[in-house]
Design a protein around this ligand. Sequence first.
Ligand code: PLP
Length: 430
Amino acid sequence: MKTPNLNEGKFFSDEMMQSVKDSFYFVDVDLNGRRRLFFDNAGGSFRLIKSVEAYARLAATPDCPERIHDTAVYLQSIQDKGQQDFRMMLNVEDGSVYTALTASKAMFDMVRVISDNVTGSNMVTTILEHPSSYDAMELNAERTRRELRVAKSNATTGSVDVEEIIKLVDQNTVLLSVIYASNISGAKLDIESIVTEARKIKHDLYILVDAVQHAPHDVIDLKNISVDGINIAPYKFFGNRGMGIAWLSDRAAALPHDKLRGKPGAYWDLGSSDPAQYAMFSEIINYVCELGQHETNDSAQRNQFVKGMQMIALHERALLARLLNGTVSTTGLRDMQNLDVYLDNEDLTKRDLILAINFKHIEPATAVKEYGKHGVTVFERVNTSLYSKRMLESFNLQGAIRVSPLHCHSAQDIDEFLVITKKVAEQAIK
Ligand SMILES: Cc1ncc(COP(=O)(O)O)c(C=O)c1O
């Protein structure tokens, strides 16, 4: 059998592509029914129809899960299933799952509790972190009088090199917090090597991972990667806003934290979490498993899920390759005049489907408006924004247009985007 060229990815079949598009709301048109290409999924992804429906169905019931009635017992089972699904997604068995209103809140809680309870004199993070983890690290380092050490980025790969992080870790490091994939460049960090190497220096180091941006694009497998906490945001992973979900290792969950006194020691939820959110999350997991069932007969949920995520990753890589290289009849971004592709690592296996581009003679914010006129939604990342400044400046960039399609897009959608981009680029030359 011919091995597929993984660097180039693998498109879904036409039939599967259609079924994927049909599974989500507003893939090809906006709220008003106008044709548009939504390439801002890194700011919030397409919503899975079954997820939204499950959310609405459960949100409609007034019952409190902490009762004995049938509906309450049913709501408890939905929450348990959501938690099991999250563990399955990460491939972990122990530890605690908890939810917060946002992924940022979950990250702030984890960082605060670890910095309050673990001894040491420094905390390590990277320049590419989202403010939800960077600011949590900085504020807590200041509050607890620790030195904050920040690993620099690599402008060639758009990532952070393992050695840059590891050289900052020592016996006195309280906590290492790393992002799984950059929400500016799409570059993945080599989490497995970072964790392995960091633990060679301090075997019981506390490590947190922000997987918000990476989760919708590829498999996460923590079976052999021992971290203490990880968070995701379902609204970037085919679901709705309203919940951040986090997992904590047994030892991190057991650290003293805000809790109701009567709850078990490792329990982190404060007050009542929302069963409707868990129902929404389980539908995301079901969707990925159903995708996987097209390519595996395995009945184990984890294997179906892994297969589904691999299919998504390969389809997205094929979309990325097409965006960059074009086709015989459509110029790719790399060959387009008047346009720069930033942080353009040749090795696509190291990237998720997020791109940073910039027209040479048109400001990102203006270009975003131009795209809008052509029915394309993209987002500008500029160094005046608190969400972009630190990361962009680390790459010596002032601004960029972030292009973030999703596996719901087809090769034809990419071609349409390329044609529009060429028009905008030519406009800029005039
Ligand atoms: C990488 C990353 N981490 C964390 C967050 C924060 O997520 P939330 O808005 O749920 O707090 C975001 C949101 O943009 C993100 O991109």
